[in-house]
Design a protein around this ligand. Structure first.
Ligand code: SF4
Length: 156
């Protein structure tokens, strides 16, 4: 996707595919229709359909977006909306795995804060619950370490 209408920056390669993008002279907003605006999306896709660099644009979008979910993909790029790009990413991942980056592994859920720790003290504060003695003591100890050593971590 190009969407930029200004002069080509000096630091960009002379043969960059974006220089031939059909959207270079279009209003960038056209490529970000509101959710559910089918007419708006269709108008953007019509421009993409005639774009000489559509394949390169789609490759670039899939590489940049990687394995993100639909909600993290925005606008029309390479003639496809977010849902279609997500499907295309999955299709390529199965049939041409070398052409798309692997999806990021799901983040591990954080352990719940334990009682008797500074994190437990902070959890009490967040949830506005009565602060128990072990958590209060852990927070006091951590404050003291911070003043004395510059870190709340206990020495190993
Ligand atoms: S395919 Fe569409 S979004 Fe991509 S460069 Fe061409 S016109 Fe722009």
């Amino acid at each position: 996707m190009s969407h930029d209408t200004g002069p080509v920056p000096a630091n960009r390669r002379a043969t960059d595919w974006r220089d031939a993008a059909a959207c270079r002279t279009e209003d960038p907003e056209l490529f970000f229709p509101n959710p559910g605006d089918k007419a708006g999306a269709a108008a953007a896709k019509r421009i993409c359909a005639a774009c000489p660099v559509r394949a390169a644009c789609l490759d670039d979008a899939l590489a940049v977006e990687g394995g993100q979910g639909v909600e993290s993909r925005h606008g029309v790029r390479g003639g496809m909306g977010p849902k279609a790009r997500r499907s295309e990413y999955e299709r390529r991942r199965k049939t041409q795995p070398q052409t798309v980056p692997e999806p990021k592994p799901a983040r591990r859920k954080r352990e719940p804060a334990k009682c008797g720790t500074r994190a437990g003290y902070q959890k009490h504060q967040r949830e506005k619950t009565a602060i128990c003695t072990p958590c209060r003591q852990a927070n006091t100890d951590a404050d003291r370490r911070l003043r004395n050593t510059g870190t709340t971590r206990a020495a190993a």
